[in-house]
Design a protein around this ligand. Structure first.
Ligand SMILES: CNc1nc2c(CCNCc3ccccc3)c3nc(N)[nH]c(=O)c3cc2[nH]1
Ligand SMILES: [Zn+2]
Length: 373
């Protein structure tokens, strides 16, 4: 285990990067996909199963955990790693994004945001200082700055104002974070789809100085083309020697396109959430297990997959337990999806090391059907 936080860039292939993040709780192979553990659990998965899929790090969240069971209680019980039985690294988001998307937003000021809990309607307050305190109490290894992610559609003036507020909050996050060896603080770039605003944001963050840099404000409905348009230039504004984290992404082809454009880390609820709704992502395309065509199919989801669902169960069985609303369906499809996502990341890590990312990407697109399979 490393004493402190560090990032080593091991290989590049075009703009794609292969690296490793070293932390006191273990190493993170990049490019990395981070499963989301919203309320101190990756839904439908035991932590040892999440580790078995190949995940080196998972996500927690300030917003959810401050409301329930509260950060103070998690701290009293030994911190989030002990609480949820996950000893590897944890990255926590800072809560701002979830306040905007989940709560009855009360008021947004320079100081911070006051809001009503979506759990019980109680009033709460988040600011850069309070978010840093919550993430410290949780004990997360990688802390995110408290930022504001503007909802779309937003005009450029609104995006510029929001980005500049987030940059002032980034400075306050940095000041409140203090000096915590072994723990990292990541800044979050904003600026919508405007190159000048993205560059201004990146410059402001680099001036403050962070252990890693996230590209925020994307995957908010702009569509893949617009997102890739930003990723064609935004990572270049960030330091080469620090990890780059694209927040909230995405579908498999979003992830491949982001790695191709220089992204090192991503998180998304999709593999777990869609697993619970009967959707299985495979190298050949998407399987909607609720579809009647699967009810007599003895084959696994994916003949080439080595996950427990594909080794031991037929589509017919998964169709049955989906229809019967049995818990095992969500468990097996989630496990399969997370396994597939990690296999995707391993494939890209190997391809970048071998200098054959372009060939790997061509094969990825060639073997995927457009519609459901
Ligand atoms: C889905 N698209 C998307 N997600 C975004 C997020 C949240 C990333 N996921 C964190 C999470 C953690 C635990 C549980 C659930 C989610 C963002 N977070 C911040 N702080 N800033 C963003 O700009 C920002 C932009 C995003 N776009
Ligand atoms: Zn599988």
């Amino acid at each position: 285990m490393a004493e402190k936080f560090s990032f080593q860039l091991m290989a590049t292939d075009g703009k794609a990067r292969r690296g490793v993040i070293r932390t006191p709780r273990g190493e993170i192979r990049t490019p990395a996909f981070m499963p989301v553990g919203t309320a101190a659990t990756v839904k439908a998965m035991m932590p040892e199963s999440v580790a078995a899929t190949g995940a080196d790090i998972l996500l927690g969240n300030t917003y959810h955990l401050m409301l329930r069971p509260t950060a103070e209680r998690v701290d009293r019980l030994g911190g989030l790693h002990k609480f949820m039985n996950w000893s590897k690294p944890i990255l926590t988001d800072s809560g701002g994004f979830q306040v905007m998307s989940l709560s009855d937003l009360r008021k947004l000021t320079e100081e911070g945001v006051t809001f009503k809990s979506h759990v019980d309607g109680s009033r709460h307050f988040l600011s850069p200082e309070r978010s840093m305190e919550i993430q410290r109490l949780l004990g997360s290894d990688i802390v995110m700055c408290f930022d504001e992610c503007p909802a779309l559609p937003a005009d450029e003036k609104r995006v510029a104002q929001s980005m500049r507020l987030s940059m002032r909050w980034a400075q306050r996050s940095r000041d409140a974070f203090g000096d915590r060896p072994g723990h990292a603080l990541f800044g979050i770039m904003q600026g919508g789809v405007t190159p000048e605003l993205r560059e201004e944001s990146a410059k402001a963050l680099v001036e403050i100085g962070f252990d890693g840099y996230a590209v925020g404000g994307l995957a908010v409905g702009e569509g893949q083309e617009a997102m890739f348009g930003v990723l064609d230039y935004a990572p270049d504004f960030l330091p080469q020697d620090k990890p780059r984290y694209l927040m909230g992404v995405g579908k498999p082809d979003d992830i491949v396109g982001a790695v191709k454009r220089g992204i090192d880390m991503m998180d998304c609820v999709l593999p777990s959430r869609s697993g619970r709704t009967g959707q299985a992502w495979t190298r050949h395309g998407m399987v909607n297990i609720k579809n009647a065509r699967h009810q007599d199919d003895p084959r696994p989801l994916d003949e080439d997959c080595t996950c427990p669902a594909c080794r031991n169960y037929s589509r017919a069985y998964l169709h049955h337990v989906f229809r019967a609303k049995e818990m095992i369906c969500g468990m097996l499809l989630t496990w399969h999806n997370l396994h597939y996502y990690q296999e995707l990341m391993q494939g890209m890590r190997d391809a970048i090391e071998a200098g054959r990312f372009a060939a790997w990407e061509a094969e990825f697109h060639a073997q995927r059907a457009q519609g459901d399979i």
